[in-house]
Write a protein that binds this ligand. Structure first.
Ligand SMILES: Nc1ncnc2c1ncn2[C@@H]1O[C@H](COP(=O)(O)OP(=O)(O)OP(=O)(O)O)[C@@H](O)[C@H]1O
Ligand SMILES: O=C(O)c1ccc[n+]([C@@H]2O[C@H](COP(=O)([O-])O)[C@@H](O)[C@H]2O)c1
Length: 196
């Protein structure tokens, strides 16, 4: 049985925090691969992403290309609509019966896990690997036991980068170099993403 980590996200844009979270989970939990799945419409975020789906997917492809165990997967963009993780997990389990799946999530998503669509059924399909973000502590004690029992925490060097901050920096004319990979930095500059 292959162990697959799912790094789901808006990736608007993908940054070093996402990549380090995936690498940490891969090592800590002995995963075979991590699949990065950009959302079409993220479930709990208001408004549309700043960059279109094709651009967000391309940045994920660029950022993950050099890692032999990272893969960009366009399942949610192909499906369209609101990207509920339950639907994704169900599809993945059906398409890949030889794999087990673990969702890799930061502390903000750990804290709203009990609000996810059909989270009780989701927890029967996947496990969760949590990583801390410096701006929000993970309150695992507040989770219902059926979620807490399916969650392990992996310790990663906390990294205070967010896509929101990157978009704000672009809007204000500040550099985003070293917050994203060189390839993503060049793609954002070439396409003029997040300038207005
Ligand atoms: N710096 C980080 N450290 C650890 N996990 C992170 C970090 N940034 C994002 N994540 C996790 O990666 C997943 C996808 O995050 P997302 O694409 O929403 O990025 P974001 O930086 O939180 O974006 P935004 O600022 O637009 O909300 C979530 O589970 C989130 O918690
Ligand atoms: O399924 C849900 O209800 C749900 C609610 C919030 C977040 N998620 C998933 O969590 C991942 C990170 O979400 P986000 O909003 O931080 O980009 C992404 O794969 C989302 O689809 C899923």
């Amino acid at each position: 049985m292959k162990k697959i980590g799912i790094m789901g996200g808006t990736f608007d844009p993908i940054h070093l925090g996402h990549l380090l979270a995936a690498e940490t989970a891969l090592e800590a939990c002995g995963l075979d691969e991590v699949w990065f799945i950009p959302s079409a419409q993220p479930p709990l975020k208001l408004g549309d992403p700043g960059a279109d789906g094709d651009s967000r997917l391309e940045m994920v492809r660029i950022a993950t290309a050099s890692h032999p165990r990272f893969k960009a997967v366009d399942l949610e963009l192909q499906r369209g609509g609101i990207s509920y993780s339950y639907d994704t997990a169900k599809a993945l389990r059906k398409q890949h019966p030889d794999c087990s799946f673990a969702y890799i999530i930061g502390s903000d998503r750990i804290n709203d896990l009990s609000q996810w669509h059909r989270n009780e059924e989701l927890a029967e399909l996947v496990t969760f690997i949590g990583v801390e973000r410096p701006d929000e502590a993970a309150d695992t004690a507040a989770l219902p036991v059926y979620l807490r029992d399916r969650l392990v925490l992996a310790v990663m060097p906390q990294i205070g980068i967010s896509s929101t901050d990157i978009r704000h920096r672009r809007l204000s004319g500040y550099s985003v170099r070293y917050l994203v990979t060189d390839g993503v930095y060049e793609y954002i500059a070439e396409k003029g993403l997040y300038e207005s």
